[in-house]
Design a protein around this ligand. Structure first.
Ligand code: PMP
Length: 553
């Protein structure tokens, strides 16, 4: 049972600010998690495995605060697990804070408008008052004026959203620290829901005393549907939240999804996606700035705030064009908030303003491939040369895959956690399969591609690779190696890699290699393959031309 309970020393800030009736509550009565060697007859669960594919154990109640997830989030944000409470999204975190600290009809929260609506909403549901300071007319955060507005009401909680939803601006941490010092009897709740999309440092590691930080997996980690967020605060505050939390707040599938999405091999892909969204945001902002009806485009988080003369009318027109955007006349009357979407969604938004997208959509694929032997996350873009970040677990294989991407002219972000303690075989093969599948997916209907390709490099070694992106898998390898491995990559795996690629890409790949030095020979194969791919993938026939007399590939 990992739920913290009883370290609410009478003199802590949490004890002074909390609702007295919550302080007096006994800890929540929950059944402990299953312990090895014990049978569990304490929770009135159904003993039979759930009739749900892939989720047999959801007949059991989940651990209220699963240690593995708590630890993973603590590591992610650089704090101790005792300082972190996992909640059902940061919405739930806001609600828990309001319920733990605000007495109905007596206490206040403070907000700085325009901002995220849930702070005020949860306070009103609880019967607490809401004091609203405002950003300046230019949406800047003026710490002195905020302090002057909120101080007379002695709010229990002051919510500061950074970067702010919907205006996008980040609050200077210096201002936040200053306000926290000036309001020692108010919890300063810093909502960093969009923190991954801005350069300002997180305050998570400073969340002690009256500073509280909220984080979520909904935005940067793409898990809005799993509902996982957290509160980071002094342990006494965390203990108090445990008292107001429902007994088993986190659904088992969500716990598993969060641990899955935060696996070490997933992190490079998250980073690449954040970069991609930021690049898309900048492109979109630049193009929308040309729209005559938009006075100003503000960027922040994974969204834009478009200031226009008549935002209500704009929101209605966009909805009529099947593009939903957010307009809140009471809180942010001057504009609409638009989320940065996929390239094609962004193109649809631009089209609604009569602006053509500048370039055709990239040929991309993101692949997650997990087995009991390997976990692989991979992202490639055939129309971008960067980034190339590869971590297969086998440095020499990284080097070879980098050759393929560099000479193939495409970006590749790839990470694998594999059973290298057993043998490199599984990682090497599964990565080749995942790469082939990603190339196939990114090629889509193959319209416009060159289809065939070949190359002939290098030194005393000659390698020739012929590729036909025909849809028909076939692999031929003509060559041999005299050493068992090069840089940890078994040479017997080299023909196998090309066979795996051929199978998963649906391509004919013929490799012929001769020479004296096995390192050269292996490297030449991968370089030549990259070069062959480059001409095979290149868009030479125009986007609509299919390089086949069959009319299908
Ligand atoms: N904080 C802010 C500023 C938000 O914009 C949102 C959602 N739009 C949330 C918190 C809630 O996020 P979640 O409950 O999905 O973690």
């Amino acid at each position: 049972m990992t739920r913290p309970s009883e370290n609410l020393a009478a003199e802590t800030l949490a004890a002074r600010l909390a609702r007295p009736d919550i302080l007096a509550l006994p800890p929540c009565d929950v059944a402990g998690p299953p312990l090895p060697g014990t049978i569990r007859l304490d929770a009135n669960e159904n003993p039979y495995a759930a009739l749900v594919a892939g989720q047999p154990t959801i007949n059991r109640y989940p651990d209220p605060q699963p240690a593995a997830l708590r630890q993973r989030l603590a590591d992610l944000y650089g704090v101790a697990p005792a300082c972190l409470w996992v909640a059902r999204g940061s919405d739930d975190a806001i609600d828990l804070l309001v319920r733990a600290f605000c007495r109905a009809g007596q206490d206040y929260i403070a907000i700085v408008e325009p901002t995220f609506s849930a702070y005020g909403q949860f306070a009103r549901v609880q019967g607490a008052g809401v004091i609203a300071a405002r950003l300046t007319d230019d949406f800047a955060f003026d710490a002195e004026s905020v302090l002057a507005t909120v101080t007379p009401s002695a709010p229990k909680l002051l919510f500061l959203c950074t970067p702010n939803n919907p205006t996008g601006n980040a609050i200077d941490p210096v201002d936040i620290r200053w306000i926290a010092a000036a309001l020692p009897n108010t919890l300063i709740v810093v909502d960093e829901a969009y923190g991954e999309f801005c350069d300002a440092p997180s305050l998570a590691t400073e969340a002690t005393g009256n500073l509280v930080v909220l984080r979520t997996l909904s935005k940067a980690y793409g898990l809005a549907g799993a509902r996982i967020g957290c509160v980071i605060a002094a342990p006494e505050i965390i203990d108090l939240l445990a008292k107001v939390s429902p007994p088993y707040p986190l659904p088992t599938p969500s716990i598993a999804a969060a641990l899955d999405a935060l696996g070490p091999e997933r992190m490079p892909l998250h980073a690449a996606r954040i970069e991609r969204l930021l690049a898309e945001r900048a492109t979109l902002a630049g193009r929308l700035a040309n729209a005559a009806e938009i006075d100003r485009v503000r960027e922040g988080g994974n969204f834009l705030f478009l200031e226009v003369a008549d935002p209500g009318d704009l929101a209605r027109r966009l909805v009529a064009a099947a593009v939903r955007v957010r307009f809140r006349p009471s809180a942010a009357p001057g504009g609409v908030r638009v989320t940065v979407g996929t390239e094609s969604e962004n193109a649809a938004l631009l089209a609604a303003f009569g602006i053509a997208a500048s370039a055709p959509a990239s040929r991309r694929a993101d692949i997650v491939r997990d087995t009991k032997e390997t976990r692989i996350a991979l992202s490639l873009d055939l129309d971008q040369a960067e980034p190339r970040r590869i971590d297969s677990g086998i440095p020499f294989y990284d080097h070879m895959l980098d050759q393929v991407a560099a000479h193939g002219g495409f970006s590749l972000v790839l990470a694998c956690s594999g059973d290298l303690g057993i043998d490199p075989h599984h990682s090497v093969e599964d990565i080749a399969l995942a790469l082939g599948a990603a190339l196939k997916q990114a090629l889509g209907d193959k319209r416009g591609i060159g289809r065939f390709g070949f190359a002939l490099p290098m030194d005393e070694t000659s390698a020739e690779v012929l590729v036909d992106l025909s849809g028909r898998p076939f692999a031929k390898f003509d060559g041999s190696f005299s050493t068992a491995a090069v840089g940890g990559l078994p040479t017997e795996m080299v023909p196998h890699i090309f066979r795996s690629l051929a199978d998963s890409m649906g391509a004919a790949i013929h490799v012929k290699v001769a020479g004296d030095n096995d390192h050269h020979k292996v490297e030449a194969c991968f370089k030549a393959f990259g070069r062959a791919l480059r001409s095979g993938l290149s868009l030479e026939g125009g986007r609509d031309a299919l390089p086949s007399t069959k009319g299908v590939l």
